[in-house]
Write a protein that binds this ligand. Structure first.
Ligand code: XIL
Length: 334
């Protein structure tokens, strides 16, 4: 019988997957339980979904995901406590619609993080505490988000401190994408170095791993892992997928080229890319403490329609019928 991902990599790292509650029944649930031993809520724990109004939390979806993981002996990675996206407007404004002060926003951030982390204390082993705080372009280290504008750069260390106080055993991660771009990598490195120097409880860095059949190169990936590990941080790949389209930032209209389907040529490129990635992952045993795929199969991936509306993608190891792709054995037999 074909090996499952979690068994093939049991001596290396947990292999996880991002899920929504709708994935947790039927054939998808079977696939999840057979292949993976870690779970991340794709959206259910983000600020907006979990805390839609000042005095209301929506625990149902995140609770269901955590319960499913426990029933099936899987680990849970929490995602995410502080991000500029999917955060409700109320967070930054008072009842009159006026922007809140630094003190008020810090208090809200503290309350939010304390409530969410405490609820799952001991059940979530790792948290993406701050997500995507570093901009892609320019020389500034900090993305000009509402958190940065209202609180200042120390919103990041505060978020880590609040999370650590709520669950001292949880492993706390800074998470970002585009971490193989040398310019952005250098800025993230500076940020993490500063946090470490101040003894902020940051334990790891999450490389999202939204890659493509064209990038990153082996050298770029190894450089990211080594550089962040040199700070004494654990490294995880937190949102792995390998798009069949070249990476782009920003939305645009659909073109003829976007109608590319999974041709044998592209499938071969994807196989080679996944093989290279997993070879590097194995090589970094001990440093890499987790790999999580962003979605279960090509049937539904967040890359459908993103960043190009109307475009389909095929970035995962399981196809639209939930079957392992032809090259799957090359990933689990090494
Ligand atoms: C994505 C989800 O997959 C989508 O369903 C949602 O519409 C937008 O967010 N980086 C992250 C993830 O850290 O939270 C994002 O997830 C993908 C990019």
């Amino acid at each position: 019988a074909q090996k499952a991902l979690k068994d093939a990599y049991q001596d290396y790292f947990p292999v996880g997957v991002a899920v929504a509650p709708r994935n947790l029944s039927g054939p998808e649930a079977e696939l999840i339980v057979r292949q993976f031993n870690s779970i991340t809520p794709e959206n259910a724990m983000k600020m907006g979904p979990i805390h839609p109004e000042p005095d209301r939390y929506a625990w149902e979806a995140p609770d269901a995901i955590v319960a499913f993981a426990q029933q099936n002996g899987m680990k849970v990675r929490g995602h995410t406590l502080c991000w500029h996206n999917q955060t409700p407007k109320w967070f930054f404004t008072d009842a009159a619609g006026k922007q809140v002060t630094r003190e008020v926003l810090l208090e809200r951030l503290k309350q939010h993080i304390t409530d969410v982390v405490s609820r799952y204390k001991g059940r979530i082993y790792a948290w993406d505490v701050v997500n995507e705080a570093v901009p892609d372009t320019g020389t500034a280290i900090y993305r000009p988000s509402k958190f940065y504008e209202i609180i200042g750069e120390d919103y990041i260390e505060k978020a880590f401190e609040y999370a650590h106080a709520a669950d001292p055993s949880a492993k706390l991660f800074y998470n970002d994408y585009n971490t193989e771009s040398s310019a952005k990598r250098a800025k993230i490195f500076e940020l993490l170095k500063k946090l470490k120097a101040k003894n902020v409880p940051v334990h790891g860095v999450g490389l999202q791993g939204h890659w493509s059949v064209y990038e990153p190169s082996e050298a770029e990936l190894q450089e990211s892992i080594s550089r962040f590990a040199s700070l004494g941080l654990a490294v995880q790949i937190t949102e792995l997928d390998v798009s069949i389209h070249a990476k782009e930032h920003g939305r645009r209209e659909l073109t003829e080229a976007d109608k590319t389907v999974l041709t044998p040529e592209i499938l071969a490129k994807q196989a080679a890319q996944y093989e290279m990635l997993f070879k590097i992952f194995r090589k970094n045993r001990g440093v890499l403490t987790g790999i999580t795929f962003w979605n279960v199969s090509d049937k539904t991936t967040w890359l459908d329609n993103f960043p190009v509306r109307g475009r389909k993608d095929y970035p995962l190891l399981f196809d639209e019928k939930l079957q392992p792709k032809a090259y799957f054995n090359r990933i689990v037999d090494f």
